[in-house]
Design a protein around this ligand. Structure first.
Ligand SMILES: O=C(O)CCC(=O)C(=O)O
Ligand SMILES: [Fe+2]
Length: 349
């Protein structure tokens, strides 16, 4: 049996955006402190209503309820758009997440990838409307983050302009499948442990569909280390938006703001949510021509496009390492079974 998860209490600050203009300095300080310590915080009083959020979840449910062939007609591609089914493999697990997801963007990357109105009337219009609302909140947070780093107020906002055809920010609709409550010997990964590689993520969840957990402790963006002590990210209301710093902002802040490892736990213990889970993540990602370098120039200047490319290379290298380790373990556990195969492979190498 797998050992019980080790849990620790860590405060995850809740920050109100009420009377934003008047309170901007205080809000900036609160955001900077949360970003420096735990890398996660939640925001309330941001102006998106519970009804608007429920409407977007209803659209998400309606999309995932469509027949497979319709969902497959808007397939995922590496610009981080489109639909995928049980295909995302995290280097931490080396196995596919037990979920489906549909990623949406504002601009040209979505050409031909919107599900048609004939299948889901108003899906595109209502999704874009919702995305612009989340974008507007993100821009408030970007102003606060820029102030904390002594950049001009609109510095991050300009690089994330959602009205441009080449905008890169992504709204991801996620649907994790229900899993058996009795132990059948399999691990049903939901979102295996990872750090987000973008700038800043905003996440919406539904009550009763828990599972998000964090493991802080990274000191430098160039190193993976997830640690083994987890903290559950609980939330009170559907309107609470959980925010977390991504690798790109960790690097852009010279490692001052932390991009924290997190996961949606593979349910395995009493109290875990074995039922399905819908969540909606908005990944703020800068345009490809953004110039990225922290105030102290700890890392060399890179463009947004180069940063993403480097992040992908690191991801594939980590995945390859995991696969090799998995293969070595399998060979050690049953060397006889594999002796013949490995001879053939060696001969053809
Ligand atoms: O579904 C969630 O709650 C989190 C998903 C996530 O961390 C991700 O897609 O990066
Ligand atoms: Fe994530």
């Amino acid at each position: 049996m797998a050992p019980a998860t080790q849990y620790v209490d860590r405060p995850i600050p809740q920050i109100s955006l009420a009377r934003f203009e008047e309170r901007i300095n205080q809000i900036s300080q609160e955001i900077a402190a949360a970003a420096e310590n735990v890398g996660f915080f939640s925001i309330i009083d941001h102006g998106i209503s519970a009804q608007e959020i429920e409407q977007m979840f209803a659209n998400s449910e309606a999309f995932f309820a469509l027949p497979e062939e319709i969902k497959a007609s808007v397939p995922w591609n590496p610009q981080n758009v489109g639909y995928e089914f049980k295909s995302q493999v995290r280097p931490s697990t080396g196995a596919a997440d037990n979920k489906e997801s549909y990623q949406l963007q504002f601009g040209e990357n979505m050409d031909n990838l919107w599900v048609s109105d004939s299948h889901l009337p108003k899906f595109r219009e209502q999704s874009l409307d919702f995305m612009f609302k989340v974008q507007a909140i993100s821009e408030k947070l970007m102003i606060c983050l820029a102030r904390a780093l002594h950049f001009e107020d609109d510095y991050f906002v300009d690089w994330h302009d959602a009205s441009k055809r080449d905008a890169q920010s992504t709204l991801r609709l996620l649907h994790y499948f229900a899993t058996p409550e009795t132990n059948d010997g399999q691990t049903y990964h939901r979102a295996g442990a990872h750090a987000d590689w973008g700038f800043l993520t905003l996440l919406l969840q539904r009550k009763g569909q828990s599972g998000l957990e964090i493991a802080p402790g990274r000191e430098v963006v160039t190193k993976f280390n997830s640690g083994n002590a987890w903290t559950k990210v609980d939330f009170q209301n559907t309107t609470d938006i959980v925010c977390n710093i991504g690798d790109l902002l960790m690097s852009w802040s010279d490692d001052r703001f932390k991009s924290t490892f997190h996961r949606v736990k593979a349910p395995s213990e009493p109290g875990d949510n074995f039922g399905e889970r819908y969540s909606i993540a908005f990944f703020n990602q800068p345009r490809k021509d953004a110039l990225i370098q922290g105030p102290q120039m700890k890392y060399p200047l890179v463009t947004g496009g180069e940063f993403t490319k480097n992040a992908m290379s690191l991801y594939y290298a980590a995945l390859q390492e995991k696969r090799e380790a998995q293969l070595a373990n399998t060979l050690m556990a049953a060397p006889d079974k594999f002796a013949k195969t490995s001879t053939v492979l060696a001969a053809s190498a």
